[in-house]
Ligand binder design. Structure first.
Ligand SMILES: NC(=O)c1ccc[n+]([C@@H]2O[C@H](COP(=O)([O-])OP(=O)(O)OC[C@H]3O[C@@H](n4cnc5c(N)ncnc54)[C@H](OP(=O)(O)O)[C@@H]3O)[C@@H](O)[C@H]2O)c1
Length: 359
């Protein structure tokens, strides 16, 4: 028997897969032009993230989750469906700039196909990775605080396609759960750089915000707090929780116990030596517009519909306070400390890639 992981060529999925490979046979569905290309891409990614691993434990099948049968032949789909007993669905199109329609295949159709797979031939446990973005606008609906027990509705997911399609993906698994599939939902917040080396993803929102702030020479004075955790902690929590008995039907927020104030992150950037006067969020957006021709400012503006919930240019963009108490008590793993040293490594990593000047 084995587990099937989707999204293993990604940031969180890669770390999750590397952890599972320490003790399990893992099969991954990976996009690629050729079988060999998909196989080599994933093995290189996992080695880059986590170092050497037991290559014999990994099987790669080339597919595309947004296509019928996850893009697999009927024979391969059925063979896998008979062998796999647990599915970790981590794949998604993570793009805050894209319109909702273009995100439906990656975030909704793909989830539907994964649910079909989880039901085919034998019932499998499905661990579905969603996002706290489904609550981005919950405060507007009267929820100043959200946790694992809060029931999301579409209107809570804010004014951007990514969060809306993550909500619709959750709907797919909720329906399946109501029909008897053992489903566990995980809602990470911001997936931050690794707690030890600050290796980070190109889609990391904090990095993008910091890059834009350094580029325009000012930081937004935001009142928002953001749930999240370093990627290794998020992956470790998901693996830990998924192995507990009785988690079918439960929802977890694999984040640090307390959300991170946006202002705290910019304080750390200043402490590291970057001169970033705090300006009110409306002025900061004007600064971005003035610098829209620059890469980081342009990128943040393109993702503004989502990033507005971190910057809060108007009160309606203030996200709810997001708690993870039930999750951290179910998975009492030692929390990485986001201290001066962590942020210094973050800034060194961002500078090493040439995104910001070194101080
Ligand atoms: N990043 C965050 O801060 C954040 C926060 C909360 C929740 N999440 C959720 O956490 C999960 C992982 O996020 P991430 O940031 O690690 O994402 P990521 O690095 O962008 O990786 C996404 C993964 O999904 C795969 N994928 C997308 N569409 C696919 C398809 N049609 N068929 C097969 N594979 C497909 C990608 O494959 P390719 O390599 O082929 O593109 C990649 O492996 C997602 O569910 C995301 O919504 C992320």
């Amino acid at each position: 028997m084995s587990v099937l992981v989707t999204g293993a060529t990604g940031f969180l999925g890669g770390h999750l897969c590397a952890l599972l490979l320490r003790s399990e046979q893992v099969c991954c569905v990976v996009r690629g032009r050729t079988d060999q290309g998909a196989d080599e891409r994933l093995r290189a990614h996992l080695t880059r993230l986590g170092g050497p691993f037991d290559q014999e434990r990994l099987t790669v099948v080339r597919g595309d989750l947004s296509r019928p049968r996850m893009g697999l032949s009927a024979a391969v789909h059925t063979r896998l469906a008979e062998r796999v007993e647990t599915v970790y669905h981590c794949a998604a199109t993570v793009n805050l700039a894209a319109p909702r329609e273009s995100l439906l295949p990656g975030n909704v159709t793909a989830t539907r196909e994964v649910v079909r797979f989880a039901r085919h031939r034998r019932v499998k446990a499905l661990h579905h990775v969603s996002s706290v973005a489904v609550f981005a606008a919950a405060r507007e609906l009267g929820c100043a605080e959200v946790d694992e027990t809060t029931e999301p509705v579409l209107a809570m997911s804010g004014r951007f396609g990514y969060s809306q399609t993550k909500f619709l993906g959750e709907e797919q698994v909720r329906l399946a759960a109501a029909e008897g599939l053992p489903v566990t939902v995980y809602r990470p917040g911001a997936i931050l750089g690794h707690s030890r080396d600050w290796e980070f993803s190109d889609t990391d929102l904090w990095t993008r915000l910091v890059r834009a702030a350094v580029e325009v020479g000012a930081a937004p004075d935001s009142p928002a707090t953001m749930p999240g955790a370093p990627v290794d902690h998020t992956a470790a929590m998901i693996v830990h929780l998924s192995r507990l008995p009785g988690v079918a039907g439960r929802v977890f927020h694999p984040n640090l116990l307390e959300p991170i104030p946006v202002g705290f992150v910019f304080d750390q950037v200043r402490a590291a030596g970057y001169d970033l006067p705090a300006v009110d969020p409306v002025t900061w957006k004007q600064e971005l517009l003035r610098h829209a021709h620059l890469p980081a400012a342009g990128l943040v503006l393109a993702c503004w519909a989502g990033i507005a919930y971190m910057v809060v240019p108007e009160p309606r963009y203030l996200p709810p306070h997001s708690r993870a108490r039930l999750t951290t008590s179910a998975a009492p793993l030692p929390e990485p400390v986001l201290d001066r040293a962590y942020f210094t490594r973050m800034l060194e990593g961002v500078a090493a890639r040439g995104f910001i000047p070194k101080v």
